[in-house]
Design a protein around this ligand. Structure first.
Ligand SMILES: [Zn+2]
Length: 464
């Protein structure tokens, strides 16, 4: 089944044909590690992690790199405020990012290059750009001359003339042209810096991705991905740097961009006070609920985050877990959990996750309706195979319904004792006691369900 992807560079859906099927390369712009990321920053690793999973099935020799920006003025400011070296800030938040991504089930990258470990290739790339007339040094800076690259602006659909005329870009005395961008900048003694031919300094943000992509994936890569907000200037600048440093070779053949997150229909921003921090959300919701909501909309569309959408996502997953719980005694061998063709078809259609989840809903309904054990076994295997591909329904269904148990009020063993006491009361026709036990458990958020196999219980979470 051919994989078709929307390429931002050509503005159309194209069949994905790798340069070398034996070494498919993908680079995704990663986080700047100066604090906990907001939920919008989790969309690229989850979405493009799913793409990596799909690519790996088609091309087992995929190399997927996602960088860590660990030198940046925001990091410097955070370190100064906390009175610690920048490494304390960057290593702590890089670890937190990686842990939180694991809780979302985001596929790990094969390579996680850090900018500070690539200063030599960054300097070498700056030198090459100066040597071939695409960059110049001025007052301790190295700047890219945008007029030297006629294709500048092609990805985002802007022209250099408009950018110069618009000149909302910072006009600095060392720039020949207001649209020129920084490859290297000088550091004062209190800031992190490295020796370079232009004095002690540090890299600009854009050059690190160009240098690290070349160092690990090669001069021309198959896929480059990131958020829509990075298309200009970051990705535009990456294209200019890489193409000009590598003699005009195409840098990335397919550019993929995900849409932005809003909260209750408004942009997430500090001033509106509606920024949702991933690390905090993970304290309140299972990672799978967040993952499901991040993948529910098509990746190129905007995604509106809200408490209602979270509750809805939780309810949908609860419904599917209920199907699995009802079929708990139906054995499915691991080898039978194959991703159904309909899931692969949806994902190969420019990562159509809304369609894939519609398929899952259909499989769950079929599993619920199955009557014979053989029908149930087949339906459960298909549902699990689809869920494995999408990274959902990865928990034991019993445990899923009990994970919100507030451990300080009551424990699972005590609940089980009371459920059994209620059974005994009912058998003794002491319905008053049976109802009292049911109500007491309900008061601590535990619901008893009477099923053909006997009573079972689950925790219901009220509110967020
Ligand atoms: Zn980047």
């Amino acid at each position: 089944m051919p994989l078709r992807l929307y390429n931002s560079l050509t503005r159309r859906v194209e069949e994905f044909v790798p340069l070398d099927p034996q070494r498919v390369t993908m680079y995704v712009c990663g986080p700047t590690v100066y604090n906990y990321v907001h939920i919008g920053n989790a969309r690229p690793p989850v979405v493009f992690g799913l793409l990596a999973r799909l690519l790996r099935r088609l091309y087992p020799k995929l190399v997927y790199a996602r960088n860590i920006t660990d030198v940046d003025d925001k990091i410097n400011a955070a370190a100064r405020e906390a009175g610690v070296p920048i490494e304390t800030i960057t290593s702590g938040y890089a670890r937190a990012f990686s842990d939180d991504m694991a809780r979302l089930g985001a596929d790990p990258a094969d390579l996680t290059p850090h900018a500070t470990a690539h200063i030599a290739p960054i300097i070498a790339m700056c030198e090459r750009l100066i040597a071939n007339g695409h960059a110049y040094a001025a007052q301790g800076h190295v700047l890219f001359d945008v007029t030297s690259f006629p294709a500048y602006g092609a990805l985002s659909g802007r022209s250099v003339e408009d950018m110069i005329a618009g000149a909302r870009v910072e006009v600095a005395p060392y720039k020949k042209n207001p649209a020129d961008f920084v490859l290297w900048k000088p550091s004062t003694p209190d800031l992190p810096g490295w020796d370079s031919p232009w004095g002690r300094g540090r890299p600009g943000w854009h050059i690190e991705c160009s240098a690290m992509a070349a160092a690990h994936l090669g001069e021309s890569i198959d896929i480059h991905a990131g958020g829509n907000d990075l298309m200009f200037p970051h990705h535009e600048n990456e294209i200019a740097q890489s193409t000009c440093a590598h003699g005009g070779k195409i840098f990335a053949r397919y550019w993929l961009h995900n849409g932005m997150l809003t909260f209750d229909g408004r942009k997430m921003s500090k001033s509106l006070g509606n920024v949702r921090v991933l690390h905090d959300l993970l304290d309140r919701y299972p990672g799978e609920v967040l993952r499901f909501l991040l993948l529910k909309a098509h990746y190129r569309q905007p995604l509106d985050w809200s408490d209602a959408a979270l509750a809805q996502a939780r309810a949908t997953l609860d419904g599917w877990y209920t199907v699995l719980r009802d079929l708990a005694d139906i054995e499915v061998a691991p080898g039978e959990r194959e991703s159904p063709a309909a899931i692969d078809a949806a994902l190969c259609d420019d990562l159509n996750t809304p369609e894939a989840f519609a398929v899952v809903a259909g499989l769950a309904a079929a599993a619920r309706a199955a009557r014979t054990r053989e029908e149930q076994r087949r339906a459960k295997a298909e549902l699990l195979g689809a869920a494995d591909m999408l990274g959902i329904l990865q928990h034991d269904p019993e445990a899923w319904f009990k994970q919100d148990l507030a451990s300080d009020t009551i424990d699972a063993a005590e609940i089980q004792r009371r459920v059994e006491a209620r059974v005994a009361a009912k058998q003794a026709r002491d319905f008053a006691t049976a109802d009292r036990i049911r109500d007491e458990l309900l008061a601590v958020g535990v619901v008893i369900e009477d099923t053909a196999q006997g009573p079972r219980w689950k925790v219901v979470k009220t509110g967020g």
